[in-house]
Design a protein around this ligand. Structure first.
Ligand code: F3S
Length: 111
């Protein structure tokens, strides 16, 4: 079992999770983060840090697509070890539905 970042991160990208991860297994896209599921040690310390409640265990059937999403984009995006500045309008998107279809960007974070 690993933890994965789900839809609720999109456009919120608070990044409090990055600070606490003991093995730095977060990767940064333009408007969301993902976890490398093969690196995650399932310690769970990031879960309560996320104000968007976006981090969930991968062993629920409904999270299977997020496991693949995290695996795919953790190979494409840069590793993030220090939290950046969250989007100014992130709170407006906290809890909004269908963020994957409406807002997800496959681009890596600009560097
Ligand atoms: Fe995303 Fe929550 Fe981390 S919004 S960046 S999973 S603190």
């Amino acid at each position: 079992m690993a933890f994965v970042v789900t839809e609720d991160c999109i456009r919120c990208k608070y990044m409090d999770c990055v600070e606490v991860c003991p093995i730095d297994c977060f990767f940064e896209g333009e408007n969301m983060l993902v976890i490398h599921p093969d690196e995650c040690i399932s310690c769970g310390v990031c879960v309560p840090e996320c104000s968007a409640k976006a981090i969930l265990p991968d062993d629920h059937p409904e999270n299977a697509k997020w496991l693949e999403h995290n695996r795919e984009f953790s190979k494409k995006w840069p590793r993030i070890t220090i939290p950046g500045i969250p989007p100014k309008d992130g709170d407006e998107y906290n809890g909004v539905s269908e963020k994957l279809q409406r807002f997800f960007s496959p681009k890596p974070a600009p560097r």
